[in-house]
Design a protein around this ligand. Structure first.
Ligand code: BES
Ligand code: ZN
Ligand code: MN
Length: 507
């Protein structure tokens, strides 16, 4: 009886996870001269110049209120004023003095969420200092990202949503860009956050695939394929299979292929770590904070999100996303420290800690992807090591490549995307340290950090293959909100890889 109750609850929650109502507010775009609602947001730069068409009475009242408040227009600062003229509230948000980039606009859009106002809110987009063609679209994207909440397990009434109207002369362009492009990016990030926030009880390889399959349905030129245990055995993927052995949920290899360019064009390949829960396995993690390991699928989720949003906007590129999925559990059937696994390309690896499981997924998935797809560039992305978070805090993802120019390219992409990365080293000594006494290599060595993890994966990538490793363990989860991400899973990596795809597409 008890079992049947539990199963009912599980099924209904699992269903709601398939289409979670992630964004509360309804966003639209209107012409600059549209009637304002009772609640208004104004963006002001640091010379505090008010919109030219504001009537004298209102601008006098607002000028006095701003002076009294000490608001200076510094970037990201805000102030609410109540009862000015006919307005119930006016929120001013500072844009500073510099030319605003897309990431700045995302942040400024996110700041508008704090504005009071039930029912409707008008955000006036007027005179922004920016070269971005339809800034309202970027503001709206930022607003949507910050407005996400994970409500699948909340019972009772949810907060009322409101209509958010961006009023500006770019309204037509912003509407079109949102519809054909940015909405897909926002929805993808919302899917990634759902997958990262949802408990391991619900998200395991099979249900991860279900969610991605659901979101991929009906998108042109996007193909989904899934390998189960038997297929992976046939391919000789002993490492992925090894990681999954302790779980009642079998591992999978999920592949999304998007063909938006001529088939003769080499694809860009993205490979993401998808550990749906990381207990550490037999090398069990301590209890404190272990719950967070429900988000150890962040890399795979970000890859899925990027493939889906890229395909939705019909980008002119070939893109492949490879997502090894497994649950890392301790069990009588689980792999042990000291076990030796045979990988896809025949090399053997000695498992020094079953908690260093992410690299085991990659030593199969990365050479498989290179052999099968011959990519122009392969990027693997993962919550691989705690050490990257200690080194770079939650401000930067770690980027490791053999080619410093490529690292700089990645830093530039990060800077523009709003998701920053910073390089970490990969030294010949890191390769020396992972020599094994009984197998070809071992999975950890010395005082293991992000670089040792990258060296393990790098052993499976030829020198002349352009390759980037991104360790996102410090940035995928937020203990406190940012303008564009609430507390919890950040959906980190989609904006980064989206920018990467756009850059490669433009080439
Ligand atoms: N999933 C963890 C890394 C992690 C730690 C992600 C904290 C997010 C927050 C990974 O599988 C792991 O356990 N790494 C070990 C590697 C070690 C055993 C070589 C680590 O970083 O301690
Ligand atoms: Zn892990
Ligand atoms: Mn681990």
């Amino acid at each position: 009886m008890r079992l049947s109750i539990r199963q009912t609850a599980l099924t209904s929650a699992a269903l709601s996870l398939m289409a979670a109502p992630a964004f509360a507010d309804d966003i639209s775009f209107a012409a600059a001269d549209t009637a304002l609602s009772d609640h208004v947001v104004l963006y002001l730069n640091d010379d505090l110049s008010l919109p030219a068409d504001m009537n004298d009475e209102m601008s006098d009242a607002l000028t006095r209120a701003i002076e009294g408040s000490g608001f200076k227009g510094d970037f990201g600062t805000s102030q609410h004023f109540y009862g000015l003229g006919d307005m119930k509230s006016v929120t001013v948000i500072g844009t500073g003095g510099d030319v605003l980039t897309r990431r700045n606009l995302h942040d400024l859009g996110g700041h508008a969420i704090k504005a009071p106002g039930e029912g409707a809110l008008t955000i006036v987009v007027d005179g922004l200092n920016t070269d971005v063609t339809a800034p309202s679209a970027d503001l709206a994207l930022g607003y949507r990202l910050g407005d996400y909440s994970f409500t699948t397990y909340k019972t009772g009434d949810l907060p009322e949503d409101r209509d958010v109207i961006f009023a500006g002369s770019d309204n037509r362009a912003a509407d079109a860009l949102t519809e054909t492009d940015y909405e897909g990016v926002a929805d993808a990030i919302s899917m990634v956050r759902d997958l990262g926030n949802a408990p391991g009880l619900e998200v395991y390889p099979e249900t991860f695939v279900d969610r991605v399959r659901n979101e991929s349905r009906g998108i042109a030129n996007l193909k989904i394929s899934v390998m189960g245990v038997r297929e992976m055995e046939r391919e000789g993927m002993g490492a992925i299979l090894g990681v999954g052995k302790g779980s009642v949920h079998d591992p999978r290899l999920l592949i999304l292929e998007y063909n938006g360019a001529a088939s003769s064009e080499a694809p860009l390949a993205l490979v993401g770590k998808g550990i749906t829960f990381d207990t550490g396995g037999i090398s069990l993690k301590p209890n404190s904070g272990q719950w967070l390991m429900k988000s150890d699928l962040s890399g795979a989720a970000a890859v899925a999100g990027t493939l889906i949003s890229t395909a939705k906007r019909g980008a002119d590129i070939n893109l492949v996303g490879v997502m090894p999925l497994a649950e890392n559990m301790p069990d009588g059937k689980a792999i042990r420290p000291g076990d030796v696994l045979t990988t896809y390309n025949g090399k053997t690896i000695e498992v020094m800690s079953t908690d260093a499981e992410g690299r085991l997924l990659f030593v199969d998935a990365v050479p498989y992807t290179i052999e099968k797809y011959e990519p122009e560039l392969i990027v693997n992305i993962a919550t691989l090591t705690g050490s990257v978070g200690r080194a770079l805090s939650d401000e930067y993802g770690g980027v490791i490549t053999r080619d410093f120019e490529l690292a700089q390219t990645m830093m530039d992409i990060g800077e523009r995307s709003g998701e920053d990365v910073w390089p970490l080293p990969l030294h010949p000594n890191h390769y020396k340290q992972i020599k094994s006494d009984i197998a070809d290599i071992k999975s950890t060595a010395g005082s293991p950090g992000a670089s040792i993890g990258a060296a393990v994966i790098g052993t499976f990538v030829e020198e002349d293959q352009p390759w980037v490793h991104i360790d996102m363990a410090g940035v995928d989860w937020r203990d406190s909100p940012t303008p564009t991400a609430p507390k919890g899973h950040a959906g980190w990596g989609v904006r980064f890889m989206d920018q990467l795809v756009r850059d490669y597409e433009a080439e």
